[in-house]
Ligand binder design. Structure first.
Ligand code: DC
Length: 215
């Protein structure tokens, strides 16, 4: 009998605390960490860099299948040999990424790459929107992190100091709607997920709650 990979799925909307928590859980468990949002951002980056309209589903789908994408353990993102670590977090990519992430061909390709990533390592902590619902429905543990829209917008605006709170909050609401209402693999809570509202919790409290759910 082959051993099941040890996958911890951490899903939730932007600003729910996924990245910080997923990294901390990975360290506690001695597992590798994968930010799957960075993969969708990398496809958007490749489209913008190549002068491709992010809405052109066929061309973007081909681009996703053919691109070289490397996410290393330190979080460095390389797209077709170019370091995209900083730029994938910028406003242009952030604006374009929801359209790219709604593209079914892109999702099929990213899902395959995410499964390969796990197969290579025998497991990992993966953060995203559809990890527990679609990519790894048999994950060892599924966590859904959430927080109030105000708290999530406040967290995001701390990260991007050049944008006002209002701008960040409006953009977050727009992305929430696109992620939740898209046809393919929308953001939703897996039935068997542990749901944690992180609005009033510290990172340590959240990580402790996740570790308890594992035991
Ligand atoms: O978590 P983030 O903001 O970096 O995610 C970027 C975009 O990618 C966002 O629109 C949601 C989408 N995404 C997705 O559709 N599926 C995932 N597994 C991860 C992210």
């Amino acid at each position: 009998m082959t051993e099941q990979p040890m996958v911890i799925a951490i899903d939730g909307p932007a600003g729910s605390g996924k990245s910080t928590v997923a990294k901390a859980v990975a360290i506690r468990l001695g597992l590798d960490y994968l930010d799957t949002g960075a993969m969708y951002r990398s496809v958007a980056f490749a489209a913008l860099r190549g002068g491709v309209d992010p809405e052109d589903a066929e061309v973007v789908g081909n681009l996703a299948r053919n691109m070289e994408l490397d996410v290393d353990a330190s979080g460095k993102i390389t797209v077709d040999g170019v370091d995209a670590t900083i730029e994938i977090r910028g406003p242009e990519v952030t604006r374009a990424v929801s359209i790219v992430a709604a593209n079914p061909d892109v999702r099929t390709e990213m899902r395959a790459r995410q499964r390969q990533w796990v197969a290579k390592r025998g497991g990992g902590v993966m953060e995203g929107r559809d990890i527990g619902t679609v990519v790894f429905p048999d994950a060892r543990l599924k966590v859904y992190l959430d927080a109030s829209p105000e708290v999530r917008a406040a967290r995001r605006s701390k990260e991007v100091s050049d944008l006002s709170y209002e701008t960040v909050a409006t953009d977050l609401a727009r992305r929430d709607a696109l992620d939740q209402n898209r046809t393919h693999d929308p953001l939703r809570t897996a039935e068997d997920a542990v749901v944690i509202d992180t609005s009033d919790l510290s990172v340590d409290q959240i990580v402790d709650a996740i570790m308890e759910s594992l035991s």
